[in-house]
Design a protein around this ligand. Structure first.
Ligand SMILES: [Fe+2]
Ligand SMILES: [Fe+2]
Length: 228
């Protein structure tokens, strides 16, 4: 959070300088953004530990095993690995709880996709020459507990149940989108091209799932739930 705040506040003056200047300030404008851009990643302790992110690592996998940033990256992969594995077990429960066949079908489809996401992460660990290991993801655990509560608090056979399930599932998808979006950028920073490609494929499926859930909600679920 501190990094984001600092980065955005550091950028503002640069943009303002560029706007208010005429000829000579071109120098200021070109000088000011440069340090802001290079400093941003170095502000995190992990990034600083990687020494030089602009240097592409050597080796067939581009592994930077000695870097703190690499360790952090792998740790976060283990976290989402745990999250995907638990989601794969939870989605069939979502499907069973759903009222409308459309929502049940969406959960079934995403169960299969989620199983592929796990396999994709297996490949990512392999490419990085790291052990595929799950590390408890507190966020996913909480999101799935919330989904359980929604099922408990709503009556089966109602569209209110479906509206609640969509809410729970979209929170999960947004969590995954945030995670894969960030991990993909980390992989880019470290020069892991194949990993970037794999994480991007998963990210696109998470986004598509989120859109599909919105369509079901806006298509009929919310309206019918309101009239129950
Ligand atoms: Fe996933
Ligand atoms: Fe997902």
């Amino acid at each position: 959070m501190a990094t984001t705040t600092k980065t955005s506040s550091a950028k503002k003056p640069a943009a303002e300088t560029a706007k208010t200047t005429t000829k000579a300030p071109a120098k200021t404008a070109s000088k000011t953004p440069a340090p802001a851009a290079t400093k941003a990643p170095a502000k995190s302790k992990a990034a600083a530990g990687s020494v030089d992110l602009s240097t592409k690592p050597t080796g067939k996998t581009g592994k930077m095993e000695d870097s703190e940033f690499h360790e952090f990256f792998v740790d976060e992969l283990k976290d989402i690995y745990w999250a995907e594995k638990h989601l794969a077990k939870a989605l069939p429960k979502f499907k069973k709880a759903a009222t409308s066949p459309e929502l049940a079908a969406a959960f079934e489809k995403h169960t299969e996709e989620t199983k592929r996401h796990i396999e994709t992460l297996d490949k990512v660990f392999e490419l990085l020459e790291e052990k595929a290991q799950a590390k408890k993801c507190d966020a996913m655990e909480g999101l799935l507990e919330e989904a359980d509560s929604i099922i408990e608090d709503t009556d089966s056979g109602t569209l209110v149940r479906d509206a609640g399930l969509i809410l729970a599932a979209q929170k999960v998808e947004h969590y995954e989108i945030a995670t894969y979006g960030t991990l993909r950028v980390f992989a880019e920073n470290m020069g892991h091209t194949e990993v970037v490609e794999l994480l991007s494929q998963t990210l696109e499926e998470e986004k598509a799932t989120d859109v599909a859930l919105t369509q079901i909600a806006e298509g009929f679920v919310n309206q019918q739930a309101a009239s129950e």
